[in-house]
Design a protein. Structure first.
Lengths: 124, 124
DNA sequence: TGTAATTTGTGCGTATGTATC
DNA sequence: AGATACATACGCACAAATTAC
């Protein structure tokens, strides 16, 4: 059931019914309106958080994540890049939101650069 | 408390005490050994799942994720690439594990390619 | 200014279902 | 058949931070 609620909310987000920055109904409201327990509602929201679709600002509420502007980082000859989920330390130091991967660039000289994936884009 | 348990397990994984492929104690065991409820244990494991550190194969158990070999995809002139968390549809179709982002390559000709981030690496 | 209401975070317990061994 | 183990769903309570009055 929590997946159904997540699907429903995801559709409202991708369709634009819930625009970026808009707030979702509170957990209690969602629970009452859909006849679910707050536990199930929180599971649904946790799913959307892991997908990077919403951010939660306790106790203000839950909001549709706004798409950030993208700066381009160039990949030079001999460089490689990967993406993965950040460690808790990286999330704190780079101020990475939930559901946002990091992009790690391995430079040809052996150095490394780590970026929040929602702030940069790789080019060449 | 679930964060402390997650930290403890994360350390055991990164230190090599729990090697890739090794199984974690069951939720019930972890709960008993640390004097926690199963709810808290599940929260801790959910955190490690979102970080891509462990995979759960119900009802076999929870295992340390093995690092997959990386094939390199080359970025050509005019191409750009980003990373983000996959949609549920992408996760199913590309068989993407939990806590694994996707890398999307936008080719100069307008086409797009989507890969599981733990299977490829970007180069040039 | 201070109090109350709202909202999310965290933790506990319980029960049932399902798949594996 | 039975035990084990994870998934899901319900309930309750209190804490902490923000907002409203």
């Amino acid at each position: 059931m929590f997946r159904q609620l997540a699907d429903l909310l995801r559709d409202r987000i991708t369709s634009g019914d819930l625009a970026p920055g808009a707030s979702l109904p509170s957990e209690l409201r969602l629970a009452q309106e859909h006849g679910l327990s707050r536990t199930s509602v929180r599971q649904a929201i946790a799913l959307l958080r892991s997908e990077g679709l919403v951010i939660v600002e306790p106790p203000r509420g839950t909001f549709v994540r706004a798409v950030e502007p993208t700066e381009t980082v160039t990949l030079l000859k001999g460089d490689t890049a990967t993406a993965r989920m950040p460690t808790p330390v990286e999330r704190r130091e780079l101020e990475i939101g939930e559901g946002v991967p990091v992009i790690v660039i391995f430079r040809a000289d052996g150095s490394r650069e780590t970026y929040a994936a929602d702030r940069i884009r790789i080019g060449r």
